[in-house]
Design a protein around this ligand. Structure first.
Ligand code: SF4
Length: 337
């Protein structure tokens, strides 16, 4: 039995917390006092998509609970190896919208840059869990191609930093990249999609906030929070630092079986987000990525949930229920009749 860990990581820098993240299921189970003997089969799933989770996120999980909604998001399971028709490596067909390495151009007016192939956490439902980061891992030299692509297209007004997690690289790297984007006159908005305020709130240092907010672009940050338990006091403080720098904060969630497919869970999530100055934005149906079929909630159930949360919440706290379809000109809202 691996000894239980204490809270030593709270005194560590974000870089130390990132390099010391849990990668071994045994260590994770010991940390949560879960019986190794009851451990589900993980070996094959681990090999396909390794375990990665920082101590700061594990600290938000309940001790001794195999059904904890945060644990279920990151625990490799044998079910991931089952093959399902329609569940594929590239469910959004991003390969067809990848004109230069590290850049994805699906929608009019905005492009997505893979700012880093690295995540601080591996979410088992991730639609990029099979993404070819080896051929889409732009070095600073390769940025030039992506930036030229943007500069040649005056209709592009928004650049979205994605990944991996775009806040994984050091501040200096981000500062250089953002200054190059800001130098393209027709770009007016920088959007950042990240899980780091939730899984590693120490990453949101004052210096990072300065880098993200001191340029001429509007800055929008979309955190990817699926359950209210992800928002503890450290995350609330990190979001407060971002809010104080006038960064617009939005949330998108994925509707996940046994994690957030209850009306009360979604209502609590919206209310908790509002408490910490984050507006609910999208609730996504799961993208049909190979390895994640066991998380799927069907459209009919999703629509029923939406009706239930609309009956409880003011409209501004109700996220839009959407799905993403390859080749579509935007996300597709699901009609509520
Ligand atoms: S890209 Fe986002 S959803 Fe996918 S594993 Fe990384 S943090 Fe999780």
């Amino acid at each position: 039995m691996i000894p239980l860990k204490d809270t030593f990581w709270q005194a560590e820098s974000w870089q130390q917390q990132m390099s010391g993240m849990i990668r071994d299921p045994e260590r994770l189970l010991a940390r949560l006092q879960l019986d190794e003997e009851a451990q589900p089969e993980t070996a094959a799933a681990l090999k396909q998509f390794p375990l990665r989770v920082p101590e700061a996120f594990v600290a938000k999980m309940a001790i001794g609970d195999w059904k904890d909604p945060l644990l279920l998001q990151i625990l490799p399971l044998g079910e991931e190896m089952a093959e399902h028709v329609d569940y594929v490596n590239d469910p959004l067909e991003e390969a067809a919208a990848n004109p230069v390495p590290g850049l994805i151009h699906k929608y009019h007016g905005r492009v997505l840059l893979i700012a880093s192939p690295t995540c601080a956490v591996h979410c088992r439902y991730c639609f990029r869990r099979n993404f070819p980061y080896d051929t889409n891992n732009p070095s600073q030299r390769d940025w030039q191609h992506a930036l030229e692509y943007i500069a040649e297209r005056p209709e592009i007004s928004e650049v979205i930093l994605s990944g991996g997690d775009p806040l994984s690289p050091p501040d200096e790297y981000l500062q250089k990249l953002i200054s190059k984007i800001a130098a393209i006159p027709h770009v007016d908005t920088l959007r950042i999609h990240t899980r780091l305020p939730l899984v590693l709130p120490a990453r949101i240092t004052q210096n990072l906030v300065h880098v993200l907010s001191h340029h001429r672009l509007h800055t929008v940050m979309v955190i990817h929070c699926n359950h209210a338990n992800e928002i503890d006091s450290a995350t609330a403080e990190a979001l407060g630092r971002l809010k104080n720098a006038n960064i617009t904060l939005l949330n998108q969630s994925v509707l996940l079986k046994d994690i957030n497919n209850e009306a009360d869970t979604l209502i609590n999530l919206s209310r908790r987000l509002f408490d910490v100055n984050v507006m609910p934005y999208y609730l996504h149906l799961l993208d049909k990525v190979r390895g994640a079929a066991h998380f799927r909630v069907n459209e009919e159930e999703a629509l029923q949930l939406m009706r239930a949360i609309m009956a409880e919440l003011p409209g501004y706290l109700v996220p839009k229920l959407v799905k993403e379809e390859p080749g579509a000109s935007s996300k597709s809202p699901l009609a509520l009749l």
